[in-house]
Design a protein around this ligand. Structure first.
Ligand code: SF4
Ligand code: FES
Length: 372
């Protein structure tokens, strides 16, 4: 006789919302299932990259109850990207004053060496550190010391490194290891001297290395083919694809247009700012350098339509991606009336007497004017 073992899900409560998740789910992933502000910010964790997370501490949360079996709270705030849920766990994120204070402190630390060069930084408008400091930071800096300064470094023909902006999240290192064919860069030295650097000034120029630009949460790794050419919010993002022959390239991208000109090509990202899986091929959406840097004509692409941009993003200003055109016509909704009849308010209104023509009024109208 075969015994059926019931698949047990864990109950976890985050900011007073209880959901059920698979064992092994991290608190961050569980919070993302709830969505919105309940999901802690993450500057180093990146779901498509194995072993990412645990570096930046922006995702700290309070565990008010460890589990049903052991309801004691955890003594310190924990990194939600690296802590798995237990059955009956109770987590506080935005409902915890401790978390808010700690996160403000983390932002302060991340900004200790970060220059305030947003007005000239190509990442402005899509910088996760900019968003983080706006949403979770404090107004002033208490830092009186000099910031670390590095000269910008050309990492080959397509990528420039501004180490002064780097927050040492390691995402680009994992990307080079796991996505591109070879890694020529890493974090050299430790502590205050730690920096992203190539081995003996090597170029980063293998097939998939451009993806380091997409994973970098700040403006430390920038696309040299786009630098200083335009502000990202002046461009129009459209989804596009091409039949790319590079193995493992998903071929689905966003083209950032101004008129007909393609200013840059990037991979598609989900609501958490991470590379999105292709709907058609189920490949992870990494794109090759040919798609990214060499296909800068609209004729190279099949354009699908406006890319979906978060409404709160500055990039979304003036662009509406989800405009749904209703199938019904005015005539069918208005039982045969033509649209121009709708404009003749005097014909249909029971409030205004017919002879009153508002366009002829020579003074502001009062409530008495509208009584028929
Ligand atoms: S260069 Fe960017 S992706 Fe790489 S470690 Fe620094 S911040 Fe992270
Ligand atoms: S996102 Fe968890 S430590 Fe960085």
């Amino acid at each position: 006789m075969t015994e059926t073992i019931a698949h047990q899900l864990f109950n976890v409560t985050i900011d007073n919302i209880t959901i059920q998740v698979e064992p092994g789910t991290s608190i961050l992933q569980a919070a993302r299932l709830v969505g919105g502000e309940v999901a802690p910010p993450a500057m180093c964790y990146y779901e498509p990259l194995k072993d990412s997370g645990g570096k930046c501490r922006t995702c700290l949360v309070e565990v008010a109850q460890g589990s049903t079996k052991d309801p004691r709270p955890m003594p310190k705030l924990v990194a939600s990207c690296r802590t798995t849920v237990m059955d009956g766990m109770v987590v506080k994120n935005i409902t915890s004053e401790k978390v808010k204070a700690a996160r403000a402190g983390v932002v302060e630390f991340l900004l200790l060496n970060h220059p305030l060069d947003c007005p000239i930084c190509d990442q402005a408008g899509e910088c996760h550190l900019q968003d983080l400091s706006y949403e979770h930071g404090v107004e002033n800096s208490r830092n009186d010391f000099k910031k670390r300064i590095f000269e910008p470094v050309d990492l080959g023909p397509h990528i420039q490194l501004h180490m002064t902006r780097c927050i040492l999240c390691y995402r680009c290192v994992f990307t080079a290891d796991q996505v591109s064919t070879c890694r020529n860069h890493g974090v050299l030295d430790r502590g205050d001297h730690a920096q992203i650097a190539t081995f003996i000034q090597k170029n980063l120029d293998n097939d998939f290395i451009g993806n380091v630009i997409d994973v970098c949460p700040v403006g430390a790794l920038t696309d040299k083919t786009f630098r200083f050419k335009n502000r990202v919010w002046f461009t129009k993002p459209v989804n596009a694809h091409r039949a790319c022959e590079t193995p493992n390239c998903c071929g689905e991208t966003i083209l950032w247009l101004r008129g007909e000109e393609v200013f840059r090509v990037t991979a598609r990202k989900n609501e958490w700012g991470e590379i999105e899986k292709s709907n058609k091929t189920q490949k992870t959406g990494w794109i090759c350098d040919t798609c990214r840097f060499d296909k800068k004509n609209t004729a190279d692409w099949a354009i699908e339509g406006l890319a979906e941009i978060n409404r709160h993003s500055v990039i979304g200003q003036g662009k509406y991606s989800n405009l749904e055109i209703p199938e019904e016509t005015f005539e069918s909704v208005m039982h045969g009336s033509k649209p121009h009849h709708l404009l003749d308010i005097h014909e249909v209104s029971n409030v205004n007497s017919h002879p009153k023509d508002l366009s002829q009024a020579n003074r502001p109208m009062h409530s008495q004017d509208f009584v028929s």
